[in-house]
Design a protein around this ligand. Structure first.
Ligand code: SF4
Length: 265
């Protein structure tokens, strides 16, 4: 496999995406969608956290060829939960397979697993969590649920017999062992692991200078090639681990990538 041929971003997970809100109250400082919205002057660093509905007129909810990731540029939150249920219902009623990706407000997950119980076969829920430490999460994702809330939401989806996965992208600290041990019992498919991409540029755009860059320095140092290779070597044989493009590239660059460790890709 060549580095240039790797899929990246949402394409690693699904050929289609569906969004219906502008802005996201989680307000993650590393957010790609926020950076794009600021660059194209649709939102500012200050008002990204305000969620505004996008018109669904002229949008197609028909059957698509391949999984639809929903959402990819915002989250399912308490304030947009009704609209999220409406959109998911329309896509599922058309026979689509959906991959819900969320930082998982527990009451939102409760509602989804109740409403869509009969669509379990066409729905996977992926929980994004980059650290098992809520203090760390608060630094990077100030409006998002705590680790304990996300773990509880994951457990509820698992108990409701949904297909579940976890995205540890971006990793937010070096203690992956604790995170893995906590989430693995409730994951039915894969735990995806990835680095923070374009960390300095993105955070500087997103928070307009109001972020303590010592956190960035420490995070980038914790994701050096040496440290990522060490993580890769320790977890490469776990059948439930899937590596995102950012980590595959490091393994390829150092000649240690193995397709046998390519679960989920
Ligand atoms: S949850 Fe996703 S879309 Fe929302 S701010 Fe965080 S990274 Fe951006």
């Amino acid at each position: 496999m060549k580095s240039e041929s790797l899929l990246f971003g949402t394409k690693e997970w699904a050929p289609h995406t569906f969004n219906y809100i502008s802005g996201c109250s989680n307000d993650c400082v590393y957010c790609y969608a926020k950076e794009m919205a600021i660059r194209f002057k649709r939102k500012s660093a200050d008002n990204w956290r305000i969620e505004e509905p996008v018109s669904l007129e002229k949008r197609s909810f028909g059957k698509r060829n391949g999984t639809i990731m929903i959402p990819s540029s915002h989250d399912i939150t308490v304030s947009n939960l009704d609209k999220s249920v409406e959109v998911l219902s329309a896509l599922l009623e058309s026979g689509n397979n959906v991959l819900v990706v969320t930082k998982a407000h527990p009451c939102c997950i409760d509602r989804l697993v109740t409403v869509f119980e009969s669509h379990r076969a066409n729905m996977e829920i992926r929980f994004t969590v980059g650290s098992a430490n809520s203090t760390v999460l608060k630094i990077w994702e100030p409006g998002a649920p705590s680790f304990e809330e996300r773990l509880e939401a994951l457990r509820r989806a698992f108990d409701a017999r949904f297909v579940t996965s976890v995205s540890c992208e971006p990793l937010l600290d070096e203690d992956f062992d604790t995170l893995y041990a906590q989430v693995a019992p409730f994951v039915t498919t894969a735990i995806w692991v990835g680095k923070m991409n374009a960390a300095y540029r993105r955070v500087r755009v997103n928070v307009d200078g109001a972020f303590d860059e010592r956190y960035l320095d420490a995070l980038v140092a914790s994701q050096s090639d040496e440290k990522i290779l060490e993580l890769y070597q320790r977890y490469r044989n776990k059948p439930n681990i899937a590596w995102k493009e950012s980590i595959k590239k490091v393994a390829l660059r150092h000649g240690v990538w193995s397709d046998e460790s390519a679960n989920g890709s």
